[in-house]
Unconditional design. Sequence first.
Length: 249
Amino acid sequence: MILARLSRAIREQNWFAVVLEFVIVIAGVVIGFQVSQWANERAAEARRAAALERLHDEAEQIVAYHHQHVDLHERMNALRTEAIERLIANDWADADRRDMAQGLNSVGILPAAFPPRSVYDELINNGEFAEIGSPELRSAIGHYHSQLTFLQAQIDYIRMRTEDPLAAGQAGARVVYVPDTIRERRWEFDYEILSRDEAFIQRLLLGNNSQRAVTDWTRATLEAAQAMCDALAEETGRPCEPPSAEDAQ
């Protein structure tokens, strides 16, 4: 229709009509482009908003994860400290042998740090992270993940360099078969023998030092996770409310 009018105007040398038709065509293209761009931006804005909500949910899970790990480390540190003090003093009066066994056994346990991160990884892999939220938010998220990487690197290093005080053959420590349990075994200790083993106590002290260092790094990672969650809360308008240990189970 427009082409037919344009051809007729050119044949008739009606230059005003030619210019008018060109203006109409160009205006239509520009308006169509603007509408398409507006629709694309609206869709992208909706995707970013949805991604922020998902990151917020993931951050709450992350805070809960690290909080549980800090609590576990601190509880085991307290039991281990009591066990060390009793070993050095060879004083087992009124000692809870089950707690002491937990404390000693914990020195060789260093679980990896693998909190939830699927939403973050998805945004990184899709190249969409740079479009999420404010620079301050992205900085908080980046700081947390840097801290997490450092924590796991330190755990790997300690695993490689630290000798387990409860290695096979340690006098005064043995594993017994316990059916109907998850691992079907339990550590049993002769505390009198262990108290007289200076080499064992030295290894235990070194292991205790490593465990407490990991506790500090885990606590720093928790603080970074909390800062990330608070930054996301400012963006989404929702409070940062990590699930409790009971809710997470």
